[in-house]
Design a protein around this ligand. Structure first.
Ligand code: ATP
Length: 278
């Protein structure tokens, strides 16, 4: 697969704080990859290395084959950061046009992107006065106008109400389905599940799990817990094949009062992975 992002062996410290330690991350063309992890896991540090805001201390990062600290490589990136204040006088269309011109595109590139993100009617509005959800769409328009090879979204829905979050998910999903390559960070497991083809879970600066959302945690997710009331109290067994185990138990016990079968949810698995499980 054509890799748009290749990061290998990344380590990063702020003074004595080890923020990243030996992190590998790859994103293939057309993939949507989520970086999931609790506060302080190292997500923003990793993103800042990918977008060239931080200098690499240890390891290597290549975006579209180039060093993200170089202006020529940054042209391949579209970035939406956690918060952005817009200058008080600038209007929506001016900001998107400005972003196009800075990226070496024609001014006319702005129109289709404004339409795509449902911003055409807001073109003449001052950006600073938009609602949170509208500002977020504007930031996305500014990131997309240069048709980036990699779109980077750092906690794109932090602080939004559920409806705005869901609308934004639809937008991102449509972009992903249209072939845009996306790297996003999130605290929210449901967001990673809704959007990402692949999830990388960071905790304490290292990758603790990687894979499609449904397979997070590997085999543990498939493991079921079978419980029943035995003569000496509650009995429990872990198994990958609960139907077979129950059949065997019935054959021995004759009956299994209070029988329950539970599987860990993705949420349980995630909390366990980041060391906050029960
Ligand atoms: N500029 C900085 N100076 C010192 N320490 C920092 C700096 N930036 C981050 N850190 C520390 O590095 C670690 C990783 O932080 P980072 O912001 O990358 O995590 P994060 O996963 O993005 O967290 P959050 O979800 O809270 O944004 C944390 O311990 C944090 O306190």
């Amino acid at each position: 697969m054509d890799r748009i992002l290749r990061a290998h062996g990344l380590g990063h410290s702020y003074g004595r704080t080890r923020a990243l330690d030996g992190v590998d991350l790859e994103v293939g063309r057309g993939e949507c990859v989520a970086l999931l992890g609790p506060n302080g896991a190292g997500k923003t540090t990793l993103v800042n290395l990918v977008i060239g805001l931080l200098r690499v201390q240890q390891g290597r990062v290549l975006v579209a084959g180039g060093d993200p600290r170089q202006a020529t490589t940054r042209r391949h990136l579209g970035v939406m950061q956690q918060s952005m204040d817009f200058p008080p006088t600038l209007k929506v269309a001016e900001l998107v046009t400005g972003a196009a011109v800075r990226g070496g595109k024609k001014r006319s590139a702005a129109g289709p992107v404004l339409a795509q993100l449902d911003l055409t009617e807001l073109s003449g509005r001052r950006a600073a006065r938009l609602s949170g959800g509208q500002k977020q769409r504007l930031q996305l328009a500014m990131a997309l106008v240069n048709k980036p090879d990699l779109l980077v979204l750092d906690e794109p829905t932090a602080g939004f109400d559920p409806e705005v979050r869901r609308q934004f998910w639809q937008l991102i999903r449509a972009l992903a389905d249209g072939g845009t390559t996306i790297l996003l960070t999130t605290h929210y497991l449901d967001e990673a599940e809704a959007l990402a083809d692949r999830v990388t879970v960071l905790s304490g600066g290292t990758v603790v799990a990687q894979g499609p959302p449904a397979t997070l945690g590997g085999r543990r997710r498939g493991t079921a817990m079978v419980r029943w009331s035995g003569t000496t109290g509650t009995e429990e067994r872990e198994t990958d094949t609960p139907a077979r185990l129950i059949g065997e138990l019935f054959a021995i016990e004759g009956e299994l009062p209070g029988l329950t079968v539970t599987r860990p949810s993705l949420e349980d698995t995630y909390l366990e992975l980041i060391g906050q499980g029960a």
